[in-house]
Design a protein around this ligand. Sequence first.
Ligand SMILES: [Zn+2]
Length: 155
Amino acid sequence: MKKLKYTVFALVLHFFFISCGKDNSQVIESELLIHFTNFEAEAVAHGLDIDLSTIDINGYIQNIETRGALGQCKSYSDGSQQIIVDEQYWNRISDYEREYLVFHELGHCVLEREHNDEKDENGNCISIMQSGNNGCKSVYNTEYKPELLNELFTN
Ligand SMILES: [Zn+2]
């Protein structure tokens, strides 16, 4: 009984610590971090001055309840932002699809991009910022990636 009490206390303390630490520590789950880092490198390579360590943005892999939502960019009134990707979806997609999803959400949060569902003559989405509901085909591979990154960072 004594041991159980201690465990509950430890959990509460942990939660308290997280909520207090929110203002001054960035939390980006490790599986997301590589994609945040690549986003920053690509942004810089495309001439943007972006340093994610100076932006109050956190990243989490969690269950998203909203039907059909695979990722979210949330902005709060204190200026902080959260990227959340759906855990179930995350666990069954490739690295390329993970990058696409994270870049899309960072496009909303960091670049302030809105959706763009334009398509090319083959019906392929011309932007990573496609909404997913407007019928263009998303193609993200070594051939299309350079063009899509160009579109992402120069609009
Ligand atoms: Zn979106």
